[in-house]
Design a protein around this ligand. Structure first.
Ligand code: SAM
Ligand code: SF4
Ligand code: F3S
Length: 430
């Protein structure tokens, strides 16, 4: 019995897919290197935007038509349940993964379809996480520290498909990281929809960071995503005082106008957001601040959009993911009246991207002539004779030399091509 896992969506899904693969291997199933050779194809889906949803659905349909057994998991499974049975044999929700091995075996034996989306807790999955081998890469891994979200931002489906916020015990997180470290992992990214609200048995996020910092010898410790409202000064200071924790702050802005932020139920104003960025850059002017921004939220007028462009300019982002708002079922914004046509939304997105690129370009110019520590991830996407590495601030740099993934180097930025810094190796740090 061979399985193949295809993952759509965010890092949380990537992490879950890793644990699911471990779980199935432990139960005696074999992993297939390609979907063609697999008996069963697992599609871990996303539903945060319409397009993400379609991609997972299409992938499942493609393999179902070719006669494969298909399992749909993840956020779309939790949302659409029975509706997915036309493209899947088994639909399994975000908190039911522990049922997977048994039901897959049944499915392959008897061919019965099933939909399992009730909350089974994820205890067994956690057990698997403690002994797992790295699958993402030989040097970098994700570790989920909390599941779900309680924020209910008015546009977002995540709390409905991932359930209530649930933090994992700190000892368990540490033990998972130590196991990964013993297997060669030197960079860990802690995951959660809102890591700043992590809390377990008296330990808050800053204390968790400190505990990992003190008890491991990781090269880099990262985390994502932070909610700007909950990023405390205590956490910022902990980061600044540590050699291990990177100075990379992913702070999703969503919108620059306080009016729209209120409609989105984000819990901060434009000024509070800019103050937060100011505090971080006041402590470290080179700290990398990245963000997510959405255009076309219901009620976003031209003047509101201009406020977004204003924040982009003032915050000086090092990178930004940009999106067009799309209505998601069950969310509060689903019932709000859309005020922009798709064409107008597209125009705003293009203007936003232009403004983001300008700011990012300015931030990149600061890097010219300076040296940075890079962790090499693999060959450059455009030229296999060059390498691609990341700075502490999570900025991708192209290195003018072929290097093994996992190598650490000191490199000097000699050029900025487009928005990509190009660097020469000064010293190998391994
Ligand atoms: N938890 C993070 C936060 O609070 O920002 C990120 C959650 S979400 C998985 C990733 C990004 O998708 C969000 O930051 C937002 O910009 C975007 N997003 C969420 N819902 C959306 C929607 N309905 N339409 C367009 N973009 C959306
Ligand atoms: Fe969605 Fe808001 Fe939760 Fe992020 S914080 S996952 S945007 S509800
Ligand atoms: Fe998508 Fe679910 Fe992540 S909706 S963005 S895969 S939490």
């Amino acid at each position: 019995m061979k399985f193949f896992v295809r993952t759509f969506g965010c890092q949380m899904n990537v992490y879950d897919s890793e644990l699911i693969s471990e779980l199935l291997l432990k139960e005696g199933l074999k992993e297939s290197p390609s979907p063609e050779e697999a008996d069963v194809i697992l599609v871990n889906t996303c539903t945060v935007r319409q397009k993400a949803e379609e991609r997972g659905h299409e992938y499942a349909r493609f393999w179902k038509r070719r006669g494969k057994k298909v399992v749909i998991l993840g956020c779309l499974a939790q949302q659409d349940k029975e509706k997915l049975l036309d493209v899947a044999d088994l639909v399994i929700g975000t908190r039911s993964y522990t049922l997977l091995p048994g039901t897959i075996k049944e499915l392959l034996k008897k061919g019965e379809k099933a939909v399992l989306t009730e909350d089974r807790g994820l205890i067994d999955l956690t057990e698997v996480s403690l002994k797992r081998s790295p699958r993402l890469s030989s040097f970098s891994e994700f570790v989920t520290i909390m599941r779900g979200c309680d924020n209910f931002c008015s546009y977002c489906i995540v709390p409905y498909v991932r359930g209530r916020e649930m933090s994992r015990p700190p000892e368990m997180i540490l033990s998972e990281i130590k196991n990964l470290e013993s297997r060669g992992i030197i960079e860990v990214t802690l995951l959660g929809q809102n890591v700043n609200s992590y809390f377990y048995g008296g330990t808050d996020f800053a204390e968790l960071l400190e505990m990992i910092d003190k008890n491991t010898s990781l090269y880099r410790l990262r985390f994502t995503t932070s909610h700007p409202r909950d990023m405390s000064y205590k956490t910022i200071k902990t980061i600044m005082n540590s050699k291990r924790i990177t100075h990379w702050f992913h702070l999703p802005l969503q919108a620059g106008s306080t009016k729209v932020l209120r409609l989105m139920r984000r819990g901060y104003t434009k000024e509070e957001y800019l103050d937060l960025v100011g505090t971080i850059r006041g402590l470290d002017p080179d700290a990398s601040v990245t963000t997510d921004i959405m255009v076309g939220f219901p009620g976003e007028e031209e003047e509101d959009f201009l406020e977004t462009l204003d924040v982009v300019e003032k915050a000086g982002f090092d990178h930004a993911y940009t999106f067009i708002f799309t209505k998601r079922p069950r969310t509060a914004a689903f019932y709000m009246k859309e005020t922009l046509s798709p064409r107008e939304k597209g125009k705003r997105l293009r203007r936003l991207i232009e403004s983001v690129n300008k700011t990012v370009w300015q931030r990149r110019q600061r890097m010219l002539g300076r040296t940075y520590e890079l962790l090499i991830e693999g060959p450059s996407r455009k030229d296999k004779n060059l390498s691609r590495g990341r700075t502490d601030g999570n900025i991708t740099v192209v290195v003018t030399k072929r290097l093994e993934p996992g190598t650490r180097v000191l490199a000097k930025i000699r050029d900025i091509k487009g928005l990509t810094p190009i660097a020469d190796v000064v010293k190998n740090l391994n």
